[in-house]
Design a protein around this ligand. Structure first.
Ligand SMILES: NC(=O)c1ccc[n+]([C@@H]2O[C@H](COP(=O)([O-])OP(=O)(O)OC[C@H]3O[C@@H](n4cnc5c(N)ncnc54)[C@H](OP(=O)(O)O)[C@@H]3O)[C@@H](O)[C@H]2O)c1
Ligand SMILES: *[C@@H]1O[C@H](CO)[C@@H](O)[C@H](O)[C@H]1NC(C)=O
Ligand SMILES: *[C@@H]1O[C@H](CO)[C@@H](O)[C@H](O)[C@H]1NC(C)=O
Length: 318
C-alpha cells in the first residue's frame, strides 16, 4: 500500500515537474494596455480563442467574440465578461463555413464599429466534409472563410494605422502540401475520410494560413498593418471533438499529461498580437513566442500568389 502510494506520488510529481518545465512554453511578456482599441477573435467560444479573449479584455480592449453558434457564443460572452471584469465584450455571429455569413458579419461590424486594431483568425476545425458553399470543410473554414473576412475588414485595419492580423496556424503545416489541381477540380485540398487523409487535409489547410500570411505581408508593404502566423503548441482543447471516440479515448491521457492548457496555449497568439518591436517580422511564423524559420514551401512566393488568386475567385472577390 505504502509503496503504491509512493509510486503514485512519484508519478504525479514527475508529471507536474515535466509539465512545468517542458510543456509550459514561454509566456507573452508584453504589458500592453488596449483601452480604446478593438479586437476580433474568431472561434472564441472555447479553446484558446476564449482564453485569448479574456486576456485582451483584461487589458481594456473592446473584444468582439466572433462565433458561429449563438448559444455557445452567448455563454462565452458571460464567461469572458466575468473572468475579465470588463463589459466591453460583444458577441457577433460569424460562421466561417458560410461565405454569406462572413459577408453579413463584416457588414454589421463595419456599420457598428469605428475601429479594428487587431484581427485574430483563430477559429479552426478538424473534420472531413464540405461547407455550405461546397468547399472542402477544413480548407473552407480554416482558410477561405478567414481569407474573405480579412479582405473585407482590410480598410478598417488600415485606417487604424499600426494594426495587426494574427493567423493561428499549426506545426502541422510542415506536413501540408497544396495540390492546385485538386483545388481547381474539387474546391478542396484533400477528399478522403480516412484518419490519414483527414490529418493530411488539416495540415494542408494550415499551410494555407502560413502562405497567406507570407503573401499578405507583401501586399501590406507601405502600410502600417502587419501580420503574423503561428503554432500555438499542442493544446488540451476541443479540437479533436469530431474524431472517432476510440481515438479520443486514447488521446485523453496524452493531452492531459503532455499538452498545454488553454492559458498556456494562447501565449504565442498574444505575443503576435501585442509584443512591441516585432513589426519588422511581419509575414513570419511564430512558435513558443519566438519567430521560427519555415520550410521553403511555406514561403513559396509563386504558390502564395496563386493560392491568393484562387481564393479571391472562390469567394467572389475577383
Ligand atoms: N489544439 C491544438 O493542439 C492546436 C494545435 C495547433 C493549432 N491549433 C489551432 O488553434 C486554433 C484554435 O483551436 P483550439 O485548439 O482552441 O480548438 P477548439 O477548442 O476546437 O476551438 C475552435 C473554435 O473554432 C470555432 N469554429 C469552428 N468552425 C467554425 C466556423 N465554421 N465558424 C466559426 N467558428 C468556428 C469553434 O466553434 P464551435 O464551438 O461552434 O465549433 C471553436 O470556437 C485552431 O485554428 C487550430 O487549428 C490547435
Ligand atoms: C520555449 O522557450 C523557452 C525559453 O526560450 C525554452 O526554455 C523552452 O524549452 C521552449 N519550449 C519549447 C516547447 O520549445
Ligand atoms: C490569414 O489566413 C487567412 C486564410 O488562410 C488569409 O485569408 C489571411 O489573409 C491571412 N492573414 C494573415 C495576416 O496572414
Amino acid at each position: 500500500m505504502f509503496i503504491a502510494l509512493l509510486v503514485l506520488g512519484g508519478v504525479v510529481g514527475a508529471a507536474y515537474v515535466f509539465r512545468q518545465v517542458v510543456v509550459k512554453g514561454k509566456r507573452c511578456t508584453s504589458e500592453a494596455k488596449l483601452h480604446g482599441r478593438t479586437v476580433i477573435v474568431t472561434g472564441s467560444n472555447t479553446g484558446i480563442g476564449k482564453t485569448t479573449a479574456v486576456d485582451l479584455a483584461k487589458r481594456g480592449a473592446r473584444v468582439i467574440l466572433a462565433c458561429r453558434n449563438r448559444q455557445r457564443g452567448e455563454a462565452a460572452l458571460a464567461h469572458v465578461k466575468q473572468e475579465s471584469g470588463s463589459n466591453q465584450v460583444v458577441f457577433m455571429q460569424l460562421d466561417l463555413g458560410n461565405l454569406k455569413s462572413v459577408r453579413s458579419f463584416a457588414e454589421t461590424f463595419l456599420r457598428n464599429e469605428p475601429r479594428l486594431d487587431i484581427l485574430i483568425n483563430n477559429a479552426g476545425i478538424y473534420m472531413a466534409g464540405r461547407t455550405e458553399d461546397g468547399l472542402g470543410m477544413m480548407f473552407g473554414i480554416n482558410h477561405v472563410g478567414h481569407f474573405l473576412l480579412t479582405n473585407l475588414l482590410m480598410d478598417r485595419l488600415k485606417e487604424c494605422e499600426a494594426s495587426r492580423v494574427v493567423n493561428v496556424s499549426s506545426l502541422g503545416h510542415n506536413f501540408g502540401k497544396i495540390d492546385f489541381e485538386c483545388l481547381n477540380k474539387h474546391k478542396a485540398l484533400g477528399l478522403g475520410t480516412s484518419f490519414m487523409e483527414v490529418l493530411q487535409a488539416y495540415c494542408n489547410s494550415k499551410l494555407c494560413n502560413v502562405l497567406f500570411t507570407h503573401e499578405l505581408a507583401k501586399r501590406l508593404q507601405g502600410t502600417k498593418v502587419t501580420c503574423y502566423s503561428l503554432h500555438p503548441g499542442s493544446i488540451n482543447s476541443e479540437l479533436a471533438r469530431n474524431t472517432n471516440s476510440l481515438f479520443q479515448l486514447l488521446l485523453k491521457p496524452i493531452t492531459a499529461l503532455f499538452f498545454k492548457n488553454t492559458v498556456q496555449g494562447c501565449q504565442t497568439t498574444l505575443h503576435c498580437a501585442l509584443q512591441e518591436g516585432i513589426e519588422h517580422l511581419s509575414g513570419r511564423y511564430f512558435s513558443n513566442c519566438t519567430v521560427q524559420e519555415v520550410y521553403s514551401k511555406a514561403k513559396d512566393d509563386a504558390a502564395a500568389k496563386k493560392l491568393w488568386e484562387i481564393s479571391e475567385r472562390m469567394c467572389g472577390l475577383a
